[in-house]
Design a protein around this ligand. Sequence first.
Ligand code: SAH
Length: 527
Amino acid sequence: MAEYTDAHAGGAAKDMPELSDEDEEQWQCMDEEEEEEDGQPVSCLFCERLLSSVAATLQHCTAEHQVNLVDVIRKHSLDDYGYIKMINFVRSTKCDASCLMGLPDAPLPWESEAFLRPVLQDDPLLQTDPEELCDTQGSSASSCPSSGPGSHDATLLRAQAAEERARQSEEALSRAMDDLHKLKLLAQGLVLNAETGRPGNLGTVAELREDEDEAYFSSYGHYGIHEEMLKDKVRTESYRDFMYRNPEVFRDKVVLDVGCGTGILSMFAARAGAKKVIAVDQSEIIYQAMDIVRSNQLEDKITLIKGRIEDISLPVEKVDIIISEWMGYFLLFESMLDSVLYARDLYLADGGSVYPDLCNISLAAVGDTQKHRDRIAFWDDVYGFNMACMKKAVVPEAVVQEVNADTLISEPAVIQTIDCNRVCLSELEFASDFCLKITNTTDCTAVVGYFDIFFDKGCSDKVMFSTGPQVTKTHWKQTVFLLERPIPVQAGEELQGKITVRKNKKDPRSLLVTLELRDRKQTYLLQ
Ligand code: SAH
């Protein structure tokens, strides 16, 4: 220990974090435990044997491996420091006993500081004071290294070990905190799902949203939904007629098709004279669109990009026209208009246009006592049992179905007009007062909602289509809001009401619609 100076000790101490009182307490506890653990088995340095104590290990080494560790300590004047390094050297290099014999005085093979790191956890040999070993082995104190600075060193080593353990505990705690946080989010997600009545799903809230979007786009990956849309002649021919009959709108223009699906609108635009069409879709259907575009030799005009319009960047800075078929049930279900507005605000050149440009949402009163009985009164007597409580589950679900025009008992009332070139996102949630002019004296059993679409801006030949009950049916059908109790109405009277449309926060693609009619108020979910 002669070379172990105070300066050295100071340097080592500087590198060591200060132990807090708590650490010190822990350290004391560990010390006591270690003393109690004196009887714990000891692994031999040179073979697989487990010995009952340090003393038994020394005897075993002398008898079986012909090496007396005390002699080694004495010969090389090993202090605590050197002793620990020697033990770890033997354990880490797995050298045999002969490697400790006939060593020169210096340099010793375990000089490196790396041998301070314990090879075995809680190695009892490392917890042994070499001076004590020399004493118990009957050597003279003078031939053993002094205990002063060496003990200090051992303390430092033990403190280092304690620090390492504290660091590992901190890491474990941090991992546990992370897990706890994930569990919290998972629980929130499960509660959210339980509230919306959808099946449980493991993941965070953000993951749930992503999953919902994934499901949304994967539904558009199947050909069936596109077949239904393409076969909806009212819809598809309206887009076609608008483009073919207004070539001046498209000539030499750069067009963006938001949600191109099979590419039908892009191909109409190309045929109408567009210079370039950029077609974007996140769903897998775009791979079909790529084939379709090539099969129709339009690959020079139409560039297809797979991705969410919100995530990709276009190969051009600005476009002259945005076309999109984004309409959902009751117009706003699906919230795809949000994506069109995003594209408009980012890519539409000054003076450019979004088509379709105008949309109306309308309501009308329905008097269909037969259907009302079938859906509502039915629950009053089901095979002789009262199941009236079920009405509370039936009524709040808006129903997408075809409404027979003969059951309309009012003139329609437009409750909202949307100009796609001007509207902002926040206006897609709104409240509106309306007045239904009643045409028949009967019971009002429901209110029906639908929308009309206009291709108007700058068109010499304007095109429109309606999804109302009086005209040819479309795949959007109509949206029916059933009244729990019918309202008696007189021909000529005006039925006043208020409608509120907002996104469902728990699933922003679905809608919450609140209808106030006379003294009734009911919220409907459209999903
Ligand atoms: N334009 C086609 C398809 C309309 S359906 C036609 O008229 O037949 C709407 C399409 O928009 C779907 O294929 C859907 O995957 C896509 N879509 C919806 N939101 C989108 C978004 N944010 N980014 C990219 N594509 C989107």
